[in-house]
Design a protein around this ligand. Structure first.
Ligand SMILES: NC(=O)NC1=NC(=O)NC1=O
Length: 241
């Protein structure tokens, strides 16, 4: 039995439930999906500040024993490198997984994300992951992350931005730029007529596959376990042994 821990790095339990549904929908029957979120940190991640303050809580969830692999279920892939140093199993971010999947579906893909201020981060990740050419455009809906659950017009706006992205970019697929959009994947794909990739599902299947292949992060160099040292103040619980 494989245990995949899917970590929502923000502290909004209803979003964790959306993420859990998307991950469980694609996991194999023998895989246990453990969807969690920290109890400390931002309610949503929409800025560099949010992203920085989400990492300690995220790492606490990664450090807990009992998982064969981890998904970081936030489109900024926050704390991904630190999580890879800490975890013994594979760790995949949803942006990374979604971009890899989308790159196999055509010549180019477009990212549709939440606030315009997060577009730069999406571009940074695309380039860091080697998709600077394949990523044809990053577009935003100007819908705050938590409004995805409460704004009845959100689906229509996201669908419209996806249509505009395809026209503007000439891309073959869409990557949804927020874990909170995970439940919109099928509906939007049917509406716009191209594959729409949800990073939660893509990352869950990828981690599950890596575990089944017996593969994990290389620990000889950069991603070896961090050196032991004191951590002062409120971070004292994060000190390693
Ligand atoms: N682009 C985004 O806003 N992504 C996200 N913020 C969150 O809190 N979760 C996400 O996936």
């Amino acid at each position: 039995m494989t245990v995949v821990r899917v970590v929502n790095p923000n502290t909004t339990a209803s979003m964790t439930a959306t993420i859990s549904r998307a991950a469980r929908a694609v996991a194999l029957p023998g895989t246990v999906v453990e969807a969690v979120n920290p109890d400390t940190g931002p309610a949503s991640i929409e800025s560099h500040y949010d992203e920085a303050l989400a990492v300690p809580g995220l790492l606490a969830e990664i450090a807990r024993a009992g998982a064969d692999g981890h998904v970081i279920a936030c489109f900024g892939d926050p704390g991904l490198d630190a999580a890879r140093e800490l975890a013994s199993g594979p760790v995949v971010g949803i942006a990374e997984a979604a971009m890899h999947a989308a790159s196999l579906l055509g010549r180019g893909f477009s990212v549709v994300t939440t606030l315009a201020r997060t577009e730069g981060r999406a571009w940074d990740l695309a380039r860091a992951y080697g998709f600077g050419e394949r990523c044809r455009g990053v577009h935003s809906c100007e819908i705050p992350v938590l409004a995805l659950e409460t704004d009845p017009g959100a689906r229509a706006v996201i669908t419209s931005v996806c249509r505009r992205a395809l026209e503007t970019d000439g891309s073959d697929a869409i990557v949804l730029g927020c874990a909170g959009m995970a439940d919109l994947c099928g509906e939007i794909s049917a509406a716009v007529g191209v594959p729409v990739v949800d990073g939660v599902a893509a990352a869950t299947v990828l981690v599950e596959s890596l575990v089944r292949l017996g593969l994990s992060t290389g620990k000889l160099g950069e991603f070896a376990r961090p050196p032991v040292k004191p951590y002062a103040g409120i971070l004292q619980p994060w000190a390693l042994t």
